[in-house]
Unconditional design. Sequence first.
Length: 535
Amino acid sequence: MKKQTEPKRHLISFDSRTFSHIFTDVLIIGSGVAGLSAAIQASKHNSVMVVTKDKIDENNTNYAQGGIAVALSPNDTIINHIKDTIEAGQGLCDIASVKAIVSEGPNRINELINWGASFDKEDDRLIFTQEGGHRFARIIRAKGDSTGNEVEHILIRTIKENNNVKVLEHTFTIDLITKNRICYGAIAWHPKKGYILIWSKHTILATGGCGQVYRETTNPDVATGDGLAMAYRAGATLQDMEFVQFHPTTLYIAGAVRFLITETVRGEGGILRNKKGERFMPNYHPKAELAPRDAVSQSILKEMQKTDHTHVYLDVRHIPKERLYRRFPKIKEICSSFGIDIAKDLIPVRPSAHYIIGGIKVDYLSRTTIKQLYACGEVACTGMHGANRLGSNSLLEGLVTGYIAGTDACKSIQKTRRELLPYTIRKSMGLSKISWLDLNDIKNSLKSLMWRDAGIERNERHLLEAEEMIEMWSSYVMDKEFSNPAGWELQNMLLVSKLIVTSARKRKESRGVHHRTDYQKTDNIHWKKHILIKK
Ligand code: FAD
Ligand code: SIN
């Protein structure tokens, strides 16, 4: 195979003297649950700037449905939640991180409630639902199936009342500014304001996941892995990028967006059926429809192959109509816009890429391996999920790790009382100008390739093929200098895809969400360890 092209340090050549400059104590990149939680904390004694590439609420958080896992029910305990999380993680959870995040959960949820978050209740008590892998009903929710929207909007309201926080929407962060492994801020671009250099004492990456590198995904368009790519280019260590979680049930209608059908539908009694109408999950797992997600996704895939069909079906017709409509209003609405009445019809579903478990390696204070740079939420790898994430544990992780990152950045600034010292940066990356390239064509080809070769099932031959194709496309995309987000996103997607594929090739075993058909067993002797990756 040809020599691999390492990405250049920056995506653009620049001379900082030609940029507008902004100064802030703490720069936060991303406005989902993690970024906004960090902003609220960091702003207690500092100026904070939140930069986000779309409108403030366009992110994975806003689309989260099922809920938040938290040990608040009278029958449940923090220890139980810790145990379930560790068991799902299949030997790779960072126990200290699980303990810290799960234990802090109840405080953070109570704080959200104090800020006005309205979680669903019955007789004035929070309602708890069960999801796969959780031994207790511990998932709280809002508006039936719109939990993320409630969380996001309460955080936005709290931020808007805070004079220390400024939000720059529609502002694309291109790269981090680092010198001697210390982060001093980031370069961003706004369609009207042009290039901006944002200098900060601390930078917090909260850019979310990278579901968009797959053809089938629950993630919105913004999830292109920019934070993962910019941290890698800046020299940060990334961990366990092979662990991509596939959600078992996404609405599958040609031409429709891949709308998630929450796991709590199965928690409420939903049954999976194949093309012939047969229930199949009990043949694959003792917990049937409530088996962990990796097992359900893999079983659906097998059933699709067996019946030679593009999808399976979710059946909720046995649940009383009124309860169904009240419990899942958003799902009812979306399905009915395609002529599906969930009380009468089967819902066509199939798995799709949902969540990146790996990410930027962080310590217990959300610090990355670059000084003054934190990462929190989905972009970070705290080790909480190990090799498999339990449903509803990531809103919790985002809420808590955002809080931790914001608190530590705030404390550190108070302690050191360091001034912002901007310096001139001139970088000529030796990039060529764009010759004609159909970016959409490359993007769609990449997404199909990732779905085919680095999806739910992987093997050496397909991963190698993917690695070679990505290398080939990178050889003429990565050496170009783009001047808009479409080009930068494609470059980030190519890089992140390469990191996923390379890590997946390295891990020669099956564990959690990483299922290799050529190494079907879990190999604790050689592989009970993390895969670290660094430029
Ligand atoms: P996000 O919420 O994705 O926010 C990332 C932010 O970064 C966005 O604002 C984005 O615009 C910004 N950004 C990215 N790149 C750049 C850039 N270059 N420049 C500037 N800004 C940038 N988890 C649960 O626990 N429970 C659930 O019920 C649940 N349901 C889900 C349903 C769906 C459909 C999806 C997609 C996910 C769901 N998840 C759920 C997962 C969970 O929503 C996410 O893991 C979590 O919200 C991630 O939060 P975050 O703050 O890290 O990232
Ligand atoms: C869902 O509601 O099924 C998604 C929950 C999650 O991803 O944690």
